[in-house]
Design a protein around this ligand. Sequence first.
Ligand code: SF4
Length: 354
Amino acid sequence: MNKVSYLLNKVRHGVRISPEEALLLARKAQIHELGRTAFSVRSRMYKDKAFFIYNQHLNYTNICSNACIFCAYSRQEGEEGAYTMSVDQIRKAVLDRIHEPIDEIHIVGGLNPDIPYAYYLDMLSAVKELRPKVRIKAFTAVEIAFLSAKYGLTRKRILLDFVQAGLDALPGGGAEVFAPRLRRRLCPEKLSGEEWLKIHELAHSLNIPTNCTLLFGHIEAWEDRLEHLNALRDLQDRTNGFLCFIPLPYQPGSNDLKAGGPDGLDMTRMWALSRIFLDNIPHIKAYWVFAGIKAAQVGLWCGADDFDGTIVEEKVGHAAGADTPKGLDIDSLKHHILAAGFIPVHRDSFFQPR
Ligand code: SF4
């Protein structure tokens, strides 16, 4: 048996592989071998189920004091297209869809230095008051670190305040790729990978579940991807607080990085390696907004088990050039999962069937 077959066999028997072994698979395994192995792992866990959620995205401001090179979403104060939603506008956005059976509201935004701390609490309370049963997944580790520095409050205090106001979980954004030399080029002002991990560790210690991400397909190498996945796996071994890993394909449009973005083969390889390597993170997402619906359907055959949700109306990926719809209705979402050959399972924020 050659080394690739030996390692894939090891994975199929539920034995953990090292980052070096995963690197060898990333480089040497044929795509169908990787996909079949990742599929066997996801099938053992979820059979032919594929999860989705009825969710709404709210991007409360695009004004940001950072200038990440890959970001086409952010604006400076006063620049054309810059906006900040008032709490009343947030309320209206929630009320506009109040007749829909939404399970989760996902809230993220830029680092806007002119927003008072009370705004964040008011926004959470307003959403929770209008939608008491909805789970609020809000604010990346980047926003938490920014607020902590700006208002001189500990990260713990902020997380506890937010939970009291209605927060249920943190999204996984802002992780990008942890390698410091890449971060210096991609997002020099953003908190380090180490700090991102510390905030998620803190959230887990406060019983706040979180997601995690990797932005891939730009200037990183497989070594960087696996170093990143290994840091996530190590943290999960300690805390078990990650619900889902979301590999985010880099969107090449409208930014200054001039990188190409991953092709379908690279996305497929990434989903498969994620499922194979992250043996302790329960769910792997094929995020249709960034990947495209057709590629996400393939992702379900190569390790992913979650299709995300209805979204309406995502702004960050679309500003970066994602050419997917800004949202899907529930019937279309189910149709795409069924057409891919899976049974759609409507889930809540914590992946419990509805
Ligand atoms: S990626 Fe986030 S932190 Fe970076 S510029 Fe865009 S909005 Fe700001």
